[in-house]
Design a protein around this ligand. Structure first.
Ligand code: ADP
Length: 676
């Protein structure tokens, strides 16, 4: 049947010369489409033919067909699967990040190995024409195909090599398809079987499936069904190879190079790059599209991005998946589960597109600031690659080798126009940025470039030849950040703590006060449940050990205690502030101030022991940024500290303690001593 014959019969064609439907018929004919998409479009065109062009639905239909024709159903960019080149590109575009690059390359190597292993198919049929046809169709799909005209011949071939899939006829001379299956399964249990037959009955089908056949197809074979079935079997096999975590998830604070490493991966493999932000997305339809019955229905963002990039195998970054929301309009995370699952994503259904689209060639990479927030099933699908904060040294090198040259180029300057001294760069990083990553640093460098462009064009001021500390202040104004703890009043009851947040390490101040009252513990500063419990534990520990700590055992009688952690509008939680609260209370009750050059982190037990904490790299670097020179951490963290980079270990003096008493000795200003 000629499916395109309808064009001529179309009544409107006689009235106008350029009927949009004719053009669309022509496009459907010319575009490379999978059979199911072509059939769907022909059906849609048939529906439009019966419609008045003036009705709204007609326009919607035309838009739909237009969109469908521009989707990259079969279009792929030629991938460059050269691992060495990939490594070289990643190295050239990013400084450091050694463990990230190593894990990315390992992951890519596994994918390349799985995908490049030829899938071997053996076709067995005693009918030469059927044999030839199936062989032709499968070879056209570029599989490694062998043929046998009998069961005996097939078994002989299995003696020489193993096949991944056997497509066999059921009824053949001496050895039937089922018998062949039983004998092959003894030699090669993982070989899949598709049994084809012209005598299909429910009994034979059940029997074949019971004996281990994967599929049972009646003859005459529908070639499209055969192709689809083989594709599904290959997909399943690849999933077994790749298994859990076939999607990479880059986790870490903002500005640390997650997006840009993703872009480099695309660049290295010659694929297109797409980045879709998931932040604040709480409507399932945004990802999956609206059904066409809705007025103003649109495709979901995944399909729209694919249409825009024009190929079906881009590197697709789903940015900030931990910020995805959920409300009455459905759960977008469940769509992600489907998209990221290799078992399901080869027939992803967008409601607008309305027929399955194969996403299995897309390389998905996700990013998250805090993976703890991700639902378990989603975490299971991904391999988490942690990105951690940059040290001062790393920031300086990246700025020198990447950020500054890039900004100089972007602002049309010459290298000689902007030469930073070591001190100048340091003051820019310390005084104008406070971040784990490099975003603000890049922004400040851009700011300086703009100022320099203006100075050069106006020719009114003598140009600073090199940018030192003074020139930075001259160009950007006074520093935005100062070593804040030094500014703090040395006052009993106030301590500095270190916490891990999704934007990197941060310092917090704990303030305490005691006033007349009736034994209430007041806690303010948007404290989460765990933090509140830590505060209660700290107070109970001090009350039960007051004498040993040299405090008045009745300090709580007739009094209230107030614990406040400033930046009240920012919610805070986690157990690692336990020791910071305890020391603030001991300082308050003993009247001895805490050292303002020291910060603490550690979980406290009711018996006064310090339990280990996480995020040490981030915490120590945050302390360094804030101008803190001493950091007190749990002794139980000794092992984790030893494996930190030397630069991090040397960023502050690290003091280890296992009990509250030892922390008191190290952190409070004892009488007669003053911090230097
Ligand atoms: P993220 O996605 O983690 O928020 P980006 O990828 O946007 O961060 O990185 C911010 C900027 O810092 C980009 O311009 C990026 O190229 C640069 N950058 C980050 N890490 C490195 C690195 N290791 N080497 C070179 N440039 C880097």
């Amino acid at each position: 049947m000629n499916i395109f014959k309808k064009t001529k019969e179309h009544p409107a064609a006689e009235q106008t010369e350029t009927n949009p439907l004719d053009e669309l018929y022509q496009k459907v004919k010319e575009t490379i489409l999978p059979d199911h998409a072509r059939e769907n479009l022909i059906k849609e065109l048939g529906r439009l033919e019966k419609m008045e062009p003036t009705v709204a639905e007609y326009g919607i239909g035309i838009n739909y067909i237009d969109f469908m024709l521009t989707l990259p159903w079969e279009k792929m960019s030629d991938e460059n699967l050269d691992l060495e080149r990939a490594e070289a590109t990643l190295d050239a575009e990013h400084m450091g990040l050694a463990h990230v690059k190593e894990r990315v390359i390992e992951h890519l190597a596994t994918n390349i190995m799985c995908n490049s292993k030829p899938f071997k198919i053996l076709v067995v049929d005693d009918e030469p024409i059927a044999l030839e046809n199936i062989e032709y169709v499968l070879k056209k799909e570029r599989y490694d195909v062998s043929i046998a005209s009998s069961g005996e011949e097939a078994l002989d071939l299995f003696e020489q090599q193993l096949f991944d899939l056997v497509v066999t006829d059921l009824k053949m001379g001496n050895i039937s398809g089922i018998e062949l299956l039983e004998r092959v399964k003894q030699i090669s249990p993982h070989t899949r079987f598709i049994i084809t037959t012209g005598y299909a009955t429910v009994e034979t089908a059940v029997d074949a499936l019971k004996k281990g056949a994967t599929h049972y197809l009646p003859k005459p074979l529908k070639l499209d069904t055969l192709r689809q079935t083989v594709k599904e079997i290959i997909n399943q096999k690849q999933n077994v190879h790749q298994g859990r975590g076939s999607v990479l998830c880059f986790a870490g604070p903002p500005g640390i190079g997650k997006t840009s490493v993703g872009r480099s991966i695309a660049h290295a493999f010659g694929r297109e790059f797409v980045c879709l932000s998931m932040a604040g997305l709480n409507d399932e339809a945004e990802l999956r599209g609206h059904r066409r019955t809705y007025v103003g229905a649109m495709p979901g963002r995944i399909m729209s991005e694919l249409q825009r990039c024009g190929v079906k195998n881009p590197v697709f970054m789903l940015d900030e998946i931990d910020k995805i929301g959920q409300d009455f309009r459905g759960d977008p995370a469940s769509v992600l589960l489907e998209v990221l699952d290799p078992q399901q994503n080869h027939h992803f259904l967008d409601y607008y597109v309305d027929i399955p689209f194969d996403l299995s060639q897309v390389m998905f990479i996700t990013t998250a600031n805090a993976v703890e927030r991700l639902p378990g099933p989603l975490l299971d699908r991904m391999e988490i690659i942690p990105f951690s904060s940059y040290t001062m040294g790393e920031k300086k090198s990246i700025a020198r080798d990447y950020l500054i040259p890039r900004q100089i180029e972007a602002h049309g300057l010459n290298e000689a126009d902007l030469v930073f001294t070591e001190k100048g760069l340091e003051s820019l990083i310390q005084g104008y940025t406070r971040e784990a990553g490099l975003r603000n640093l890049e922004r400040e460098v851009a700011h300086i470039c703009r100022k320099m462009s203006r100075i050069i064009l106006k020719k009114e001021v003598t140009l600073p030849k090199t940018i030192d500390t003074d020139e930075v202040t001259q160009l950007l104004g006074p520093p935005k950040f100062v070593a804040e703890t030094r500014e703090l009043l040395v006052k009993p009851g106030v301590t500095t703590g270190l916490v891990w947040t999704e934007v990197g390490g941060q310092i917090i101040h704990v303030e305490t006060a005691r006033m007349k009252g009736s034994q209430n513990l007041i806690m303010t500063g948007s404290l989460g449940e765990i933090l509140k419990e830590s505060a209660q534990t700290a107070l109970s520990f001090i009350r039960s050990n007051a004498e040993q700590l040299g405090l008045d055992p009745d300090f709580f009688n007739g009094h209230d205690i107030h614990i406040h952690i400033p930046a009240g509008s920012v919610p805070k939680d986690g157990p690692s502030a336990g020791i910071t609260i305890a020391i603030a209370l001991i300082s308050l009750l003993s009247g001895k101030p805490a050292r303002n050059d020291t910060a603490l982190s550690g979980e406290l037990t009711l018996s006064g022991q310090l339990l280990p904490v996480s995020g040490l790299r981030e915490k120590i670097l945050a302390a360094q940024q804030a101008g803190i020179r001493r950091v007190i951490l749990p002794l139980k963290n000794e092992g984790t500290i030893q494996v930190l980079d030397r630069e991090v270990r040397e960023a502050a003096e690290i003091i280890l303690a296992d009990t509250v008493e030892k922390v008191v000795e190290q952190s409070l200003v004892l009488t007669g001593t003053t911090p230097t």
